[in-house]
Design a protein around this ligand. Structure first.
Ligand code: F6P
Length: 321
């Protein structure tokens, strides 16, 4: 079937660089003579037929902006077959025979279901967590890590002045990628991630050993998936006698102007998604393996497992003080 018109939406948690992907989808499609519409607010907007026409100028001046111009949502209704069937009808009414879904695993499940109902969908991985298994990189991850690093550098200044320990929670619902990398980049004394069982005693000993060796400011990184930073700060203070504070960095990590890496990755992935759809190929997720663009069947992609870089974790421990 000739692909004449496609849609693009962003879904789930926003991520810096999503706009670069939207821009690439729009421009690449138009370049191929394919009409494009933007669907507002993810699958929620699809079900409500919230559609905006996209021309070449509609995506000007957005590559540098955080967030997503298409807005985003987590759509409960789309988790169920009735919702997906309504989505299929909406696609037919809107007249699109292809859809680019920029988001995370949850969004790809919807894309697989919609593909199974005859609307070819291509998923573009966009989440700051970098927790999508079929790709080594997801849009937004680099910007989020850099934001976490910058914020933690600020916290280090005050920790240094007061000779305190700062316990910092960074995002990562099920994954410790941000914690591990930002932790290394900020000289963390200890990094707590969901992938590795937390040995609290070892952490306390590490802090005490560093203190005995003359260290006076400490940063402890904790991934959101482990959480409990307020209690941990209290326990550190009680056990070590070092005054401690905690901070949940939270949604600040989802904002901000995307880094070079996120703008380029968004552009590559968005462009590649359109190349597949233009050939009539759907039910795929695009991503990177060994730095190269790859694509996978969505169901296969959802079954894959991604692990934390344990070599990097070991290095972090070896250099921590
Ligand atoms: O998936 C990205 C993410 O930022 C997670 O790190 C976090 O747990 C979640 O989204 C927060 O979601 P919400 O913005 O809906 O609270």
């Amino acid at each position: 079937m000739e692909v004449k018109k496609i849609g693009v939406l962003t879904s789930g948690g926003d991520a810096p660089g999503m706009n670069a992907a939207v821009r690439a989808v729009v421009r690449s499609a138009l370049e191929k003579g394919i009409e494009v519409v933007g669907i507002m607010r993810g699958y929620t907007g699809l079900l409500n037929h919230e559609v905006i026409p996209m021309d070449i100028g509609s995506v000007s001046d957005i590559i540098q902006r955080g967030g997503t111009i298409l807005r985003t949502a987590r759509c409960e209704e789309f988790r169920y077959q009735e919702g997906v069937a309504k989505g299929k009808d909406a696609c037919e009414k809107i007249g699109i025979n292809g859809l680019v879904v920029i988001g995370g695993d949850g969004s790809f499940r919807g894309a697989a279901d919609l593909s199974a109902m005859g609307i070819p969908c291509v998923g573009v991985p966009g989440t700051i967590d970098n927790d999508i298994s079929c790709t080594e990189y997801t849009i937004g991850y680099d910007t989020a890590m850099n934001t976490a690093m910058q914020m933690s550098d600020f916290l280090r200044d005050t920790a240094q002045s007061h000779e305190r320990c700062m316990v910092i929670e960074v995002m990562g619902r099920h994954a410790g990628h941000i914690a591990l990398n930002a932790g290394i980049a900020c000289g963390a004394t200890y990094i707590v991630v969901p992938e590795v069982e937390f040995d609290k005693e070892a952490m306390m000993k590490k802090i005490q050993k560093s203190y005995a060796a003359g260290k006076r400011q400490f940063l402890i990184f904790v991934a959101e998936g482990v959480g409990g930073v307020a209690e941990l700060a209290k326990e550190i203070e009680e056990t070590t006698g070092i005054e401690s504070r905690s901070m949940v960095l939270g949604h600040v990590q989802r904002g901000g102007s995307p880094t070079v890496r996120d703008r380029v990755a968004g552009t590559q992935l968005g462009h590649y998604a359109v190349e597949l759809l233009a050939k009539g190929i759907g039910n795929r997720v695009v991503g990177f393996q060994n730095g190269q663009l790859v694509n996978f069947d969505i169901q296969e992609a959802l079954k894959m497992k991604k692990s934390l870089d344990m070599d990097l974790y070991r290095i972090a421990n070896d250099v921590a003080f």
